[in-house]
Design a protein around this ligand. Structure first.
Ligand SMILES: Cc1ncc(COP(=O)(O)O)c(C=O)c1O
Length: 488
């Protein structure tokens, strides 16, 4: 038994305190037998009478008990033995928590660590020069930024820089008073859920859907109305069936199908929101990456009725760890959103905001944009060329006009074969990801959601070769199984 004396006062009192500590901490377990006083006294280097005096005191306090003919036992269950309720066993303490617990975990960060090549959507472009110029901008901002709390709406300089940027690149004519700085699209969604949606309110989501929007509106208890997407974008005829309070869309590059919303569909959607009195959430997450076609202005740029809540993010153009984004809000809503942001976190950190304002104003951001656009364009070209060469004609590639991902549909394969391909590729160090979990209704044919921003062109070439060999192996195996099935 480890007994630690504190050196204060008579020895029997020190012993009493030390044994008591061990019992209370649970080091001496409830019901366990203490050594007999003779052996224990020798072990402790004290006289037997001193130890007896300590035992008498502990017995008087009910911490130990003597059982005739058996010895002395611990009679108190210490802390370690009081069963701690496991966190899992505690039921959700609010309806919000209960709903959040049920949300399926879509990893936004890298899944399947340790793969040689991971064709995962959401991987950042590792551009060391960008990290370096961002480090310099941060360091300058750190020495020039006031240390007091920032305003909840965001630094005026950043909001002004964003106004100029949004007019130039997205055709949005707004003022700093209508801009709210947030920690990314995800916070924009959570704020929108809080400000606009009550439990059981109808929120329309595109099907296939963006999991971040699904999470935010599930968490607030919205009734989700899944609306199919075709090549022109969200199907407004289905939207008309319900009066949704909010319609979530990704018009520039539908996530994940890649459809670009046509002009006529945009008109239709805006007039539907105006007549039904609903709001539209425009998630403009990757519009900077547009390739063969002319850039299309944001839906917000056409929003004459002021029904569109616009969200932009630096997660794609810079990196997701930055957690910086912005909203352009309708006049009728901006005050409520700023109040909600204040309640949520008092505002974004000033240093990052000041750094970004300067980064945009001094032209670094535009230079960076041109560079990453070139990088991602090259990666996309390498992937498209290779996917067209490999795969024995199994792939139908869609959603390539913009963004940093595409879908490789496999119309001649079954879902089971697609899963087998993913499993086989993983054993060869290649990360492949099905598109199916992003659908509310399982698509008729399987497909892979392929993100290409995070791999170099060289890696993309190797990854597609690996994909080709896995696919060939799988197809050859299934042909030989069929043949042997026939000959049996
Ligand atoms: C559809 C969509 N919207 C928005 C984002 C960005 O979210 P955030 O700004 O919270 O990083 C992503 C990131 O992957 C996305 O896929």
């Amino acid at each position: 038994v480890f007994i630690e004396l504190d050196g204060n006062g008579p020895m029997y009192q020190q012993l009493t305190r030390a044994i008591k500590r061990s019992v209370v901490r649970g080091d001496l377990a409830y019901g366990s037998k203490l050594p007999n006083t003779r052996d224990f006294a020798i072990e402790l280097g004290v006289s037997r009478n001193t130890l007896r005096a300590a035992f008498d005191q502990l017995m008087a306090e009910g911490l130990i008990e003597a059982r005739v003919g058996s010895g002395t036992f611990v009679a108190y269950a210490g802390l370690a033995q009081v069963k701690k309720p496991s966190l899992r066993a505690v039921r959700a303490q609010s309806r919000f928590s209960a709903r959040v617990r049920k949300i399926k975990n879509f990893a936004v960060a890298s899944m399947h660590k340790g793969l040689r090549y991971n064709l995962q959507y959401g991987e950042p472009i590792h551009d060391l020069a960008a990290v370096d110029s961002w480090r310099r901008a941060l360091s300058h901002a750190a020495t020039h930024t006031k240390l007091e709390y920032p305003g909840a709406q965001g630094l005026p300089t950043l909001r002004q820089s964003l106004c100029d940027y949004l007019l130039r690149r997205r055709g949005i004519d707004t003022t700093p008073e209508h801009i709210l700085i947030v920690t990314g699209t995800q916070q924009a969604l959570s704020l929108t859920a809080n400000v606009l949606v009550n439990e059981d309110d109808c929120v329309a989501l595109e099907d296939p859907f963006y999991f971040g929007a699904h999470h935010a509106f599930t968490a607030c208890g919205a009734r989700l109305h899944f609306v199919p997407v075709n090549e022109d974008g969200i199907d407004c005829s289905v939207l008309r069936e319900e009066s949704a309070k909010l319609i979530f869309v990704t018009p520039a590059h539908q996530f994940p199908s890649g459809a670009v919303m046509s002009m006529s569909r945009r008109d239709e959607l805006l007039s539907l929101a105006a007549t039904k009195g609903g709001w539209i959430f425009e998630d403009d997450y990757d519009s900077e990456f547009r390739y063969d076609a002319k850039p299309i202005p944001a839906l917000k740029a056409m929003d004459s009725q002021d029904r569109v809540i616009y969200a932009g993010s630096f997660s794609k153009v810079m990196f997701p760890s930055m957690r910086l984004g912005y909203m352009v809000l309708p006049d009728a809503l901006i005050k409520d959103f700023v109040l909600a942001k204040r309640v949520m976190d008092f505002g974004n950190p000033s240093i990052e905001q000041a750094a970004m304002a300067r980064f945009i104003a001094n032209g670094d951001f535009d230079r960076h944009l041109r560079k990453v656009l070139r990088i991602v364009r090259e990666r996309r070209k390498a992937l498209l060329e290779d996917l067209n060469k490999v795969g024995r004609g199994q792939f139908e590639i869609r959603g390539t006009d913009a963004g940093m991902h595409l879908i490789a549909w496999m119309p001649r394969m079954t879902h089971t074969q697609c899963n087998a391909l993913i499993a086989l590729a993983s054993t060869h160090g290649l990360g492949l990801h099905p598109v199916e979990p992003h659908f509310n209704k399982r698509p008729a044919i399987p497909g892979l959601l392929i993100g290409y921003a995070g791999l170099s062109t060289k890696e993309i070439v190797s990854a597609t070769q690996l994909l080709d060999s896995c696919l060939s192996k799988l197809l050859d195996e299934s042909i030989s199984t069929k043949k042997s099935g026939r000959s049996d």
